[in-house]
Design a protein around this ligand. Structure first.
Ligand code: SF4
Length: 455
């Protein structure tokens, strides 16, 4: 039997799919691309924007036209709607709520024992698992196990390792559905995080991405800064890359002390969302425009010219021209190397859903365009500052079509290296030679081209 996987959304979804795929691979399934059709397709969905949900629906339809049985899970997996969408094919669609996604880790064993992969049997199996899960659940336990069963022994779709350390969120930003679908904040115990990181190091991984809904809410017996200290003391060589952080974290002395360690990658992604204090307050974000500026300065003190990127939502209700100009000005002043901008999406169940003063989507999209233009020049300027310098890099996946193989530098720059010279695995020192768009054909996917550093 074979299985295919399709993931939408964040790094957490990525590592959860990696774990499920790993369980299928170890269960003797061959992993195939879902385009070619499969016995079983697993779709891991996202609910952060309505666009993500629309995309999930398209993928469901395509998967049902190519695959025998489709398992739908993740943050926007809701029984009614999808079943209606599937129509006559609903028989072959099995929905596992995102909060019970971990049951899919046990599915390969059920299939190996029974061989029953058709919709009806899998729905019965899922219902039984959900019932058993509900019976054994103990909501008081601050570090429930099920969210942290996702610990892949190998990565099928990524060459770097991801380590899930926290899930859910105790905050309720006005535009966000995450707390509604992933629940309250839970953390993996610090000792267990260390054990898993040591295991990755022993297995030869050079870098692990610490992954969470919100790293600032980590509390597995220590806060996040304390966890970083423990991980750096308890390992020797593996580098740590952080998934996105709140600006407030970068104002914490203990975090800055830990972040200045050479094994913490010089790459920080700040979830800023707006540069207007009025909009930040309306969003329910616990910081101001000024504290974002101070956070960026602290990070630049802690590291030698780190890659600093940010998330921005444009068109939040009440964002008038003045507020947007404040956001654009802040992004320009702070010279971000990357700006992930996306238009506000009205999400059911959130406070912002019923806010007045809505901004026309056309205008929100125009504002995204302005910020992405700023992002392109900021990224090129950042890459230009690294020309001729030597950085540590790790290989990203197999060489595809061009002469160049993709590598990710410690400062998050994407580098093209002549493929026949790249070590199959492991970190290496790389000299950054030219900005992309030079006369080296096939560099379009990279910020720069580079060579393995001599000596
Ligand atoms: S901090 Fe806010 S935006 Fe982030 S997951 Fe929590 S509620 Fe959503």
């Amino acid at each position: 039997m074979n299985a295919a996987f399709y993931t939408l959304g964040c790094k957490l979804n990525q590592i959860e799919t990696e774990s499920i795929a790993d369980a299928f691979r170890r269960g003797g399934f061959s992993l195939v691309s879902w385009e070619q059709g499969a016995d079983l397709a697993v779709i891991n969905t996202c609910t952060v924007t309505s666009r993500a949900e629309q995309k999930a629906r398209r993928v469901i339809r395509l998967a049902l036209s190519r695959c025998k049985t489709v398992l739908l899970t993740g943050c926007s997996a809701r029984s009614g709607e999808e079943a209606a969408l599937a129509g006559s094919r609903a028989e072959r669609l099995v929905i596992i709520p995102g909060t019970a996604k971990d049951t899919l880790l046990d599915l390969p064993r059920f299939l190996a024992d029974t061989g029953k992969a058709e919709g009806r049997s899998l729905r019965a199996w899922a219902a039984e698992r959900l019932r058993a899960g509900a019976e054994n659940a103990d909501p008081e336990k601050k570090t429930p196990k099920r969210q942290f069963r996702f610990n892949p022994s190998n990565f099928s779709f990524h060459s770097r390792a991801f380590l899930k350390i926290q899930d859910g969120c105790d905050r309720s930003c006005a535009y966000c559905r995450v707390p509604l679908v992933r629940g309250r904040s839970v953390s993996l115990d610090a000792a267990e995080v260390l054990a898993r990181l040591r295991d990755l190091e022993t297995r030869g991984f050079d870098e692990a991405v610490l992954t969470a809904v919100n790293l600032c809410q980590y509390e597995g017996g220590r806060n996040f800064a304390g966890l970083l200290e423990l991980l750096l003391e308890g390992t020797e060589r593996i580098a740590l890359r952080l998934s996105s952080i709140d600006p407030a974290l970068a104002l914490d002395d203990a975090f800055i002390r830990a972040a200045s360690d050479r094994r913490i990658r010089p790459h920080f992604h700040l979830s800023v969302q707006s540069g207007s204090d009025a909009v930040l307050a309306a969003m329910g974000r616990p910081y101001t425009r000024d504290s974002v500026g101070r956070a960026v300065s602290r990070l630049r003190e802690a590291k030698d010219d780190p890659f600093i990127a940010c998330d921005i939502i444009t068109g939040f209700p009440g964002e008038d021209e003045g507020a947007f100009l404040e956001t654009r000005a802040l992004c320009g002043e702070l010279d971000f190397a990357g700006i992930h901008a996306f238009p506000f999406s009205r999400r059911p169940g959130t406070r912002a859903f019923s806010l007045k003063n809505r901004v026309p989507e056309r205008l929100a999209v125009l504002r995204v365009g302005e910020l992405l233009a700023l992002s392109r020049t900021g990224r090129r300027r950042y890459a230009g500052r690294w020309l001729g310098k030597t950085v540590e890099a790790v290989r990203l996946g197999e060489q595809k079509k061009s002469l160049f193989c993709a590598a990710l530098a410690d400062n998050y720059l994407k580098v093209g290296i002549k493929s026949d010279r790249l070590p199959p695995r492991g970190a290496f020192l790389c000299e950054l030679k030219a900005l992309n768009g030079g006369d080296n054909g096939g560099t379009e996917n990279f910020d720069m081209t580079g060579e393995i550093a001599r000596g």
